[in-house]
Design a binder for this molecule. Structure first.
Ligand code: OKP
Ligand code: ZN
Length: 358
């Protein structure tokens, strides 16, 4: 078998996506007492497919189905059982947990009235379609990691619903299964893995999964959690625990942060930490809600900034899986993702040209 990412930059980058991911629609959520259209809807994936689908630089294909039992190796048995229970909800119905017991051990995952025991926020609904959609979303991340292990230098998982807020036991923040976690776990068999989270929101789920694990470095740049979701995690003093101490890096940034300031922190802190760690592979939690027009995020990143971010990542010269996270300006999401992925390719290609031929 080829070493991970041993290939030259490919004629086309593999993009994984399954139509089943379009079947889940959260519909609405409550924002400070008001019912609003849910930002995490299927049109996001269609926007991305609209850009990548007609660019020969990318090859969109369905992932292989996830190996049985894989979700339960990363997540609590009860969490997955809850999604299975929800699969028999009446078609078209959505359930928003609203009772959150402080003692989460009291939850029965076969009773949907107990869903709040497995959830940490009220904007992340369950329906009959949730299990199928999140399993296929997870499959895209797993397939992208497998593409690297087969020699691809880079691969993109169009994972929707997203994953970086999902912990071992809890769903929330529009996330049900931690897709980046699954990619990192697949790659970890070949060596140390670094995860860089560029979504506007802190990846609290990913942080929690690997908090005690020195084999996976987690780095996140995000809006200051004193002001932004998930509020209860993402502070700079969270640095890992036990043998994992020193292998979690949080870089909170102030609202209004622009591309220049963002990239300064990215280079000086995030990429420096990854370089020092010298991982065998990189996973990027690729959220685009730092975009200046994004309705949720409050940074002022432009489309061109995402291309530069991609290029810097590509120039790291590491086999890289990009896993889709947030990004809610639907009309511009596709072009932001396209710019980012083209940047990664350009960065990897530039590096390959500057190295002596093998
Ligand atoms: C998901 B991802 C209150 C708003 C709650 C949750 C944001 C989840 C973002 N109704 N917002 O990181 O892009
Ligand atoms: Zn986000």
């Amino acid at each position: 078998m080829a070493a991970i990412g041993s290939g030259r930059p490919l004629a086309s980058m593999p993009v994984f996506f399954s139509e089943a991911q379009l079947e889940f629609e959260p519909g609405y959520e409550w924002a400070l007492g008001e019912k609003i259209a849910h930002p995490e809807h299927a049109a996001r994936a269609e926007s991305i497919l609209g850009t990548l689908g007609r660019d020969p630089a990318f090859e969109v294909r369905p992932p292989e189905s996830l190996p049985g039992g894989l979700l339960r190796r990363q997540h609590a048995d009860a969490l997955i059982t809850l999604y299975e229970t929800a699969a028999s909800m009446p078609e078209g119905e959505t359930l928003y947990p609203s009772v959150f017991p402080r003692d989460t051990r009291s939850g029965d995952p076969r009773n949907l009235h107990h869903a709040g025991a497995f959830c940490f926020d009220a904007g992340t609904p369950l329906s009959a379609r949730t299990l199928d959609a999140v399993t296929w979303s997870a499959a895209t991340a797993h397939a992208a990691a497998r593409a690297l292990m087969a020699g691809a230098p880079a691969a993109y998982a169009l994972s929707r619903p997203p994953g970086h807020h999902a912990t071992r036991d809890l769903f929330g923040g529009y996330c049900y299964v931690n897709n980046c976690g699954l990619a990192a776990r697949a790659l970890r068999r070949r060596g140390r893995v670094a995860i860089i989270d560029i979504d506007f929101h802190h990846g609290n789920g990913t942080q929690a999964l690997f908090y005690r694990d020195p084999q996976v470095l987690t780095v996140s740049l995000h809006g200051d959690p004193r002001e932004f979701f998930p509020y209860h995690a993402g502070y700079a003093d969270e640095r890992g625990a036990g043998r994992g101490l020193g292998y979690n890096l949080n870089l909170p940034l102030a609202a209004g942060c622009d591309g220049q300031a963002w990239l300064r922190t990215f280079d000086a802190e995030a990429l420096t930490a990854v370089r020092a760690y010298a991982p065998a592979a990189l996973v990027v939690a690729a959220g685009f809600d730092g975009y200046t027009k994004d309705p949720l995020g409050e940074f002022t990143l432009e489309t061109a900034d995402f291309e530069v971010i991609g290029e810097r990542i590509g120039r790291m010269g590491l086999p890289t899986v990009m896993v889709q996270e947030g990004g809610y300006h639907v009309a511009h999401l596709g072009r932001n993702v396209g710019a980012f992925l083209r940047g990664v390719r350009a960065g990897q290609a530039a590096l390959a040209r500057s190295l002596p031929a093998a």
